[in-house]
Design a protein around this ligand. Structure first.
Ligand code: HEC
Length: 109
C-alpha cells in the first residue's frame, strides 16, 4: 500500500519535471558556472574568466544566433562550455537565449 503511494508520488514528480521553467533549467544546468544572475561570480566563472552577461557591452556584442550556437554546440574556445543539444530541446535553448537577455542591467550603457 505504502509502496504504491511512493510510486505514484515519484511518477507525479517526474512528470512535473517536464513543466520546468526556463529559470529552473538555468538554475539546474547553467548557474553553477554562469551564476544565478549571469555574472559568473562562481568558482568556475573565475577560473575560466567567463563573461558577465549582465553587462550591456556583453549583450550588445552577441547576436541571439551566436548564443544559441554556443548553447547547442559548446564554446570552441573553451571546452568547459559543453554542447547542450542532446540535453535540451531547441525550444529550451531558445528560451535560455531569452533568459540570458533578461540579465542585462536595466540601468543603461
Ligand atoms: C561547467 C561550466 C559551465 C556550465 C555548466 C555552462 N557554461 Fe556556458 N560557458 C562556460 C564557459 C567556460 C564559457 C566560455 C566563456 C568564454 O569563452 O569567455 C561559456 C560560454 C557560454 C556562452 C557564450 C558566452 C560568450 O561569451 O559568447 C553562453 C551563451 C553560455 N555559456 C550559456 C550557457 C547556458 C545556457 C548553460 C546551461 C544550459 C551553460 N552555459 C552552462 C561554462 C559553463
Amino acid at each position: 500500500m505504502m509502496k504504491r503511494f511512493v510510486l505514484v508520488l515519484s511518477l507525479t514528480l517526474a512528470t512535473g519535471a517536464h513543466a520546468e521553467t526556463v529559470a529552473d533549467v538555468w538554475k539546474a544546468k547553467c548557474a553553477m558556472c554562469h551564476g544565478a544572475d549571469g555574472k559568473a561570480q562562481t568558482k568556475m566563472g573565475q577560473k575560466a574568466s567567463i563573461g558577465d552577461m549582465s553587462r550591456p557591452d556583453w549583450q550588445k556584442a552577441r547576436a541571439d544566433a551566436e548564443l544559441r550556437e554556443v548553447i547547442a554546440e559548446g564554446a570552441p574556445r573553451n571546452r568547459m562550455m559543453k554542447p547542450f543539444k542532446d540535453k535540451l530541446t531547441p525550444a529550451q535553448i531558445d528560451a535560455l537565449v531569452g533568459y540570458i537577455r533578461t540579465f542585462k542591467a536595466p540601468s543603461g550603457p
